[in-house]
Design a protein around this ligand. Structure first.
Ligand code: GAL
Length: 669
C-alpha cells in the first residue's frame, strides 16, 4: 500500500469539482449530476459533509444505502471522492438527547440546534459521538474505489470559534496545567498581581466570560490559543481514526485563511495536514477583492510550506451571506480560479455543485445554477473544466518568492485587544496595506509565520507583529544581518508571548535591530492626519521616537512630534532594517516599498505591466516555467514572453496578448 499521503489519490493533473450534496435531490437529478460533472470535466467532489442525520437517522440506526449508491455512481462516471466524516452538524436526536453538548457564548447564551455546527468542541461526549460516526464512515468506505481523500468535519471553528461552557472551562484548565505546570507559573504569566486576580488553584480559572470590565489580556490570549488548539485536537482525533483504518488515504480539512477569520492559528495546524486546503470567498464590497484573493492564496501556500494546496471552496458567482451579494462579473470566476492556481493551488473546487432549492444557502451560487445549463454560470463551469485540463502540466510545480510578508495569528489576537492606545487598529488592514503595495509592484510574496525560515528572502515585511517571542525576534534580526531588507511597522515587538510589555522603550524586541527608541505612543483621533516632511500624510498612529543608530528617512512636518522620525532606516550586518512608526497613506507606502525593493534588488515577475494586470510564475522540478497572466482591466494587454500558450495551444514568439478581463498561462521557453 503506498503511504505517500500528500495528494488526493489517483487524480491526474489538477483537481476540479465542488461540494456535492446529493441527499438534497431525487434520484433522477443525481443521475443527471454525474452526466453534467462529466460534461464539465469534474474529477473530484466532496461528499457527505452535512450528512450525519441522513446516515444515522436515529441513534445507532444507520442508513448507508443511499451513499453507497452515490459513490458507486460517481465511481462509474470516473469521478473521485473527498469523503467527509459527516460530523460537521450533529443531528437533532443527538442534541435533544444530550443538550449538554451544545456550546455557549461568553454571556452564557446556549447555541441551539437548527442551524449547523451546534456542538461544543471540548465536549468529551460530542467527541465520542463524532469519533464513532467517523469510524462508521471509514469502515464502510475504506475500500471504495472512488475514495481519494478524507475531509474532516468542515471549516472547524467557523461559527463557534470560542465556547465558554463548563466543558470548555474544564478543558481550558487542563490545557493551562499542561502549559504552565503550576498555578504560580500561571499567575506570573497572566500578571495576576494586578486587580487581585491571583489564583490559588487551577480550579478557580474560568474562560474569559462576560465580566464587569476588561478581562485579563493574557487570559484572553491563552483562551484564543486554547480554542484553536481544541479544534485541532478534535481534527487530530478524527484523523487518527481515519489513518488507523486507511493508512494510504490522505486527510484534510478546509481552512479559512483570509483577513476575516481570525480565531484559528492555521500555521500551528499545518504539520497535522496531509494536504492543506483553503476556502475563499470574495468580499463583494471591495473593488480590489482580487488582491484580497491573492493574499489568501499566498497565505495558503505559506501555511502549506510551499507545497501544492487545494482550493476546496469558492463561489461560481454570488454568495448569500454578505450584506449585498454581488454576482461575479464577466470572466471574474475564471480569473479568480486561475489566480489561485497561479499561486500554488493544484485543485479548484466550489461550494457547491448544484444550487439548493431549500435551506439557508439557496441563494448561494453553484456550478449548476437554479436556471440550469443555459446560463453564463454553467458555461463558465464548463470552460473552467476545459482550462484546468489544459493546465495539467502545471501540477506539482512551485511558486518561488524573493519577498516574505510575516503574518501571525497571536499578533492579530493581541494587537486588537481592548484597553490599547487606540481601538481603531485592525491587524488585517495593516497586513493588506503592505501586501497591496507589493501586489501593485507585481512582486510575488510568500505570506509566512514568524517561525518561518527567513534566510532565503531578499526583503521581509513585518506589519504590526505585536506579540513576539525572543526566538522569533532573534530570527528576524538574523535575517537582516545576513542581508535581507527587513521592514517593521508600528506596534511591533511590544509584548512577549504572555502579553507582557518589553520595558526600556518601544519597540522592545526590535529596538536594537531598528536602531530607534520610542518613549511614548501618540495615537491619532478618528479622521485626524499629520503631514510628513515628504508631503505625504499619515493617520491612526504616531509615536515619540528617537534615533539610536538609525537615520530618519521621513520626519514629522507638523504636530507635537514635528522634526522627530516617522520612518527610519538602519544598516545592520549585510542588510538593513526599516521602521515605519506610523500609518502612511497609500502613496507613501508605495514609495517606501519601492525604496526597500530597490535596495533589496527585487524585480517583478514581468516588468512594466499596467496596473491591474497580475503575473506570477510557477517552476517545475524539470526546469519548466509557467507564467500566469491575469488581466483584471477592461483593456487588452501585451506581455513580453515566449513559449506555448497552454489555454489556446498557440505558440507565442515574443509577445502574448491577453484580452480584457481574461487570463493566459504560458509554458515558457
Ligand atoms: C463555507 C462552508 C460551506 C458553505 C459556504 C458558503 O463557509 O464551508 O458549507 O456554507 O461557506 O459560502
Amino acid at each position: 500500500m503506498p503511504t505517500d499521503r500528500t495528494w488526493p489519490l489517483n487524480i491526474p493533473g489538477l483537481a476540479y469539482g465542488g461540494d456535492y450534496n446529493p441527499e438534497q435531490w431525487p434520484l433522477e437529478t443525481q443521475v443527471e449530476d454525474v452526466r453534467l460533472m462529466q460534461e464539465a470535466g469534474v474529477n473530484l467532489v466532496s461528499v457527505a459533509i452535512f450528512s450525519w442525520a441522513q446516515l444515522e437517522p436515529r441513534e445507532g440506526v444507520y442508513d448507508f444505502a443511499w451513499l453507497d449508491a452515490v459513490l458507486d455512481r460517481l465511481h462509474a462516471g470516473g469521478i473521485r471522492v473527498a469523503l467527509a466524516t459527516a460530523t460537521a452538524s450533529p443531528p437533532p436526536w443527538l442534541t435533544r438527547k444530550h443538550p449538554e453538548i451544545l456550546p455557549e457564548l461568553a454571556d452564557g447564551t446556549v447555541l441551539n440546534q437548527g442551524a449547523r455546527q451546534s456542538y461544543a468542541v471540548a465536549s468529551p461526549l460530542f467527541r465520542t459521538y463524532a469519533v464513532c460516526m467517523t469510524r462508521k464512515v471509514a469502515e464502510r468506505y475504506r475500500d471504495h474505489p472512488s475514495l481519494a481523500l478524507w475531509h474532516v468535519d468542515n471549516e472547524l471553528g467557523c461559527h463557534v470559534p470560542h465556547d465558554y461552557s463548563e466543558k470548555a472551562a474544564a478543558a481550558f484548565r487542563t490545557w493551562l496545567e499542561q502549559r504552565y505546570g503550576t498555578v504560580e507559573a500561571l499567575n506570573s504569566a497572566w500578571g495576576t498581581a494586578f486587580w487581585s486576580q491571583r489564583y490559588d488553584s487551577f480550579d478557580e480559572v474560568l474562560p474569559p466570560r462576560a465580566a464587569p470590565t476588561s478581562l485579563n489580556p493574557s487570559q484572553q490570549l491563552d483562551f484564543a490559543r486554547f480554542s484553536s488548539d481544541e479544534h485541532r485536537a478534535h481534527y487530530r482525533e478524527l484523523r487518527n481514526v481515519l489513518r488507523e483504518i486507511t493508512q494510504h488515504v490522505p486527510t484534510t480539512t478546509n481552512f479559512m485563511m483570509n483577513t476575516h477569520n481570525k480565531w484559528v492559528d492555521y500555521f500551528s495546524w499545518a504539520g497535522d495536514m496531509d494536504v492543506v486546503a483553503n476556502d475563499h470567498y470574495l468580499t463583494a464590497s471591495d473593488p480590489e477583492a482580487h488582491i484580497g484573493l491573492a493574499f489568501s492564496a499566498d497565505l495558503s501556500r505559506g501555511v502549506a510550506g510551499g507545497e501544492p494546496w487545494m482550493l476546496m471552496e469558492h463561489s461560481t458567482s454570488a454568495v448569500n451571506w454578505q450584506p449585498r451579494n454581488r454576482a461575479k462579473g464577466h470572466g471574474e470566476m475564471l480569473r479568480n480560479s486561475l489566480t489561485h492556481v497561479a499561486r500554488g493551488a493544484d485543485a479548484v473546487m466550489f461550494f457547491q455543485w448544484r444550487q439548493s432549492l431549500a435551506g439557508a444557502e439557496k441563494y448561494h451560487s453553484a456550478m449548476v445554477p437554479h436556471a440550469g445549463r443555459g446560463t453564463d454560470v454553467w458555461r463558465n463551469t464548463v470552460e473552467l473544466g476545459r482550462r484546468l485540463k489544459e493546465l495539467a502540466p502545471v501540477q506539482g510545480s512551485r511558486v518561488t518568492a524573493d519577498v516574505a510578508l510575516v503574518f501571525d495569528y497571536p499578533s492579530w489576537w493581541g494587537a486588537e485587544m481592548d484597553c490599547h492606545p487606540t481601538d481603531a487598529l485592525r491587524y488585517p488592514e495593516e497586513m493588506l496595506r503592505w501586501y497591496r503595495a507589493l501586489w501593485r509592484c507585481g512582486i510575488t510574496v510568500d505570506v509566512v509565520s514568524p517561525q518561518a525560515e527567513l534566510g532565503g528572502y531578499r526583503a521581509v515585511f513585518i506589519p504590526t507583529l505585536y506579540t513576539v517571542t525572543d526566538r522569533d525576534a532573534a530570527r528576524i534580526t538574523e535575517a537582516a544581518r545576513a542581508g535581507a531588507r527587513v521592514l517593521i511597522t508600528f506596534f511591533s515587538g511590544i509584548v512577549d508571548e504572555h502579553d507582557h510589555v518589553r520595558p526600556g522603550g518601544y519597540p522592545g524586541a526590535f529596538r536594537d535591530l531598528l536602531g530607534v527608541r520610542t518613549e511614548e505612543f501618540h495615537p491619532l483621533q478618528d479622521g485626524e492626519t499629520l503631514t510628513l516632511d515628504d508631503g505625504s500624510r499619515a493617520d491612526l498612529w504616531s509615536e515619540k521616537t528617537h534615533l539610536d543608530g538609525a537615520k530618519a528617512t521621513r520626519t514629522w512636518a507638523e504636530g507635537p512630534l514635528a522634526g522627530l522620525p516617522a520612518v527610519t532606516q538602519h544598516n545592520v550586518g549585510q542588510g538593513s532594517a526599516w521602521y515605519v512608526a506610523t500609518r502612511p497613506d497609500d502613496a507613501a507606502v508605495a514609495a517606501i516599498v519601492d525604496q526597500v525593493l530597490t535596495e533589496a534588488e527585487v524585480a517583478p515577475a514581468v516588468a512594466g505591466l499596467p496596473q491591474g494586470v497580475e503575473a506570477v510564475r510557477r517552476h517545475a522540478a524539470d526546469g519548466s516555467r509557467f507564467l500566469f497572466v491575469i488581466n483584471h482591466t477592461d483593456h487588452g494587454v501585451d506581455v513580453p514572453t515566449r513559449g506555448r500558450d497552454l489555454l489556446s495551444g498557440h505558440n507565442i514568439a515574443d509577445t502574448l496578448h491577453v484580452p480584457a478581463l481574461d487570463s493566459a498561462v504560458i509554458h515558457e521557453h
